[in-house]
Design a protein around this ligand. Structure first.
Ligand code: ATP
Ligand code: MG
Ligand code: MG
Ligand code: MG
Length: 464
């Protein structure tokens, strides 16, 4: 079954169950400074869950484009290392706004997987929140799920979109990819090893988390579910890794051709194929590469991809040539990729030309630092020089370090950054005074950007 057919089958199934199909919203969240990028299908319904907004429907379904490259849900560091993570992916979801709750949500998901998709129940594993007897009973007694493939977990089964906002206990469905893949069942040692891959998360939205951590009950218990299209496609197409599904075939081949590599299995190709998706979709949703906020996350994604191209021996701009095969692959579902192709290519090429001037030199500096390294930690000063002089975002340096079994001194880098900030402050008291005044004049607008900026500073350095 092709990804496009799975997407359609999902929306058709939930239409039959009385859901209204709602188009994907932008990757740039509307009016939500707490959120870097759209990271789940429920984002566009946040205010409906909170009872601040009303819709003409109380059941909805969508296929939502998502980016997880910063903020609460950050998978940037997982790309290239796991079979299941992308920075850009599509989340299939069904939602109930004060309408159905646990029983129907579980029944719909189980029916979609076992009847519509005809997946064997023996391959499906289920987890619920430790406290959730009600969901446990529905699974075990009503759906007939075997207790052998069922467990109760704590943090993993409590979902929240960010540090504040809608949240609640959840139940997750995993697919067992078989004994030839290493890994243990959910909640056991080795459960991060991708044998048992989480495919669907059903969240029982019950609370609104406050900035001080308090959980305030929502006006009406609701349901929010999310299933990664690429993960269910891997299951349906009988492959283990998301990167082996139809949507990625042409992109990986194009990346191999564009970089001129002779190794079609190179991990770097997967990173590049992933990053062309997130970079292109972000640009088409209006993000422009820059040195702050969302634009900086985009720039970091692009630079990581370029570094992987360099690693494959590619010295010329190549990344922008992958927009055409992407538009070919996904243009039917997302026509904006076609209408904006030229704009996206231009923005990427400009980034390639700019970073191309310092990338090779920076890699030399890094290689030398590694060669003379005592221990396994790259000093903060080196990370800082690479950042300051060669335009290497620290997460990019960390990515190189990780490939060599090394890490970077994050605290040392932060200290070097701080020292530079101090120097800048001392050197230009006037500018400082001016920016203070600006902050006061534009207080409300500025606080939003500051929040984003803070998130960006830590994304890539620390995982969630
Ligand atoms: P994981 O534990 O595998 O990182 P998650 O629990 O963080 O996944 P959720 O926040 O529950 O994921 O998102 C709902 C669904 O979206 C997941 O069950 C999965 O199918 C899909 N998904 C989540 N993150 C990614 C990603 N980075 N790439 C592809 N699909 C994803
Ligand atoms: Mg995750
Ligand atoms: Mg999970
Ligand atoms: Mg989950």
């Amino acid at each position: 079954m092709k990804s496009a057919d799975i997407r359609q089958a999902f929306l058709d199934y939930f239409t039959r169950q009385g859901h209204t199909v709602v188009p994907s919203s932008s990757l740039v969240p509307a009016n939500d400074p707490t959120l870097l990028f759209t990271n789940a299908g429920m984002n566009q319904f946040k205010d409906v869950f909170l009872g601040r907004d009303k819709r003409a429907y109380n059941r909805a379904a969508s296929s939502q484009r998502c980016v997880r490259a910063g903020g609460k849900h950050n998978d940037l560091e997982n790309v290239g290392y796991t079979a299941r993570h992308h920075t850009f992916f599509e989340m299939l979801g069904n939602f109930s706004f004060g309408d159905y709750f646990k029983r129907e949500a579980i029944r719909f998901a189980w029916e979609f997987l076992t009847v519509e998709m005809k997946l064997p129940a023996e391959r499906l594993w289920v987890t619920v929140h430790v406290s959730d007897d009600e969901a446990a009973d529905i699974w075990l007694k009503e759906m007939g799920v075997s207790a052998e493939r069922f467990s109760r977990l704590d943090e993993d089964n409590f979902w929240q979109m960010g540090d504040t906002g809608p949240c609640g206990p959840c139940t997750e469905i995993f697919y067992d990819h078989g004994a030839d893949v290493p890994g243990g069942p959910p909640g056991s040692p080795g459960d991060d090893l991708d044998r048992y891959i989480e495919i669907w998360n059903l969240v029982f939205m019950q609370y609104d988390r406050q900035p001080d951590g308090e959980l305030v009950p929502l006006p009406k218990p609701s349901v929010d579910t999310g299933m990664g299209l690429e993960r269910i496609a891997a299951v349906m197409q009988g492959v283990h890794s998301n990167y082996e599904i139809d949507l990625f075939q042409a992109l990986l081949a194009a990346a191999a051709k564009a970089t001129g590599t002779s190794d079609p299995d190179a991990k770097s190709l997967r990173v590049i194929a992933d990053h062309i998706r997130s970079a292109s979709f972000l640009i088409s949703d209006g993000v422009i590469p820059s040195n702050e906020g969302r634009g900086y996350v985009l720039r970091r994604i692009i630079r990581r991809a370029l570094r992987h191209g360099h690693k494959l021996g590619c010295e010329k701009p190549f990344f922008h040539t992958l927009v055409a095969p992407l538009a070919e692959q996904m243009g039917d579902a997302y026509p904006e990729l076609r209408t904006q192709q030229a704009r996206i290519e231009k923005a990427l090429l400009a980034e390639e030309e700019q970073f191309g001037r310092t990338l090779a030199q920076g890699m030399k500096v890094l290689e030398q630092a590694v060669a003379s390294l005592k221990g396994t930690v790259i000093p903060g000063e080196v990370v800082f020089t690479l950042y300051d002089t060669h335009g290497f975002p620290p997460d990019l340096t960390a990515d190189v370090a990780r490939e060599k079994g090394l890490s970077i001194d994050e605290a040392g880098f932060e200290a070097a950054m701080e020292a530079q900030r101090q120097r800048a402050r001392g050197a230009d008291a006037f500018a400082n005074d001016y920016s203070d005044r600006l902050q006061i004049e534009g207080e409300t607008t500025f606080s939003g950007y500051e929040l984003l900026d803070d998130q960006c500073r830590v994304v890539g350095l620390y995982r969630d």
